[in-house]
Design a binder for this molecule. Sequence first.
Ligand code: AMP
Length: 189
Amino acid sequence: MRVLILGPQGSGKGTQAARIAEASGTPHVATGDILRAAVADGTALGREVAPILDRGDLVPDELMVGLIRERLAVEDSFVLDGFPRTLAQAEALDAMLDEIDKALDTVLLLEVSDEESTRRLLGRAAAEGRADDTPEAIANRLRLYHELTEPVVERYRQRGSLVEIDGERSMDEVFSAIANALERSQVTG
Ligand code: AMP
């Protein structure tokens, strides 16, 4: 199973991606988690990206594409979360999948309003203290989502491969909507 999950920060995509991955025994490839682990480990990559993450800016496409290329080389199936975030990344992903002769089964979009995203992220800031959950970084991440990631959403929508899920319901309701969508795509795909 090769699934992509898109949605703004605070849409619950990390939580849902982890649940899909666990329920289906598929690796969860979350670029934000990979980058935060590099920061925590103090690797060269971590030192390079730490200030970018803190500001809520995007890590350069080249670096991200390199990271994903390494992972796709070893994973046959995946739940990809946090990538692609720009059109350049989406084009690179298409090319990589073509190269290894694989296609995505499903592209999910978790839809949540800016108000709800911001409310959830500020709540998470209080609970988890993530360095990039400051009000300034949150606003910056949402702005970049609209500017750079929505065109990626549009690209998949135009291809007819996007499954839109209302992300403003409870975690369990969202998960069962996703499970239904995945089942349908296995049947029809
Ligand atoms: P996330 O956990 O997906 O919200 O990602 C946290 C941060 O990691 C983002 O705000 C970006 O700084 C960086 N990041 C994660 N994925 C990407 C990506 N595909 N392209 C650029 N930056 C990324």
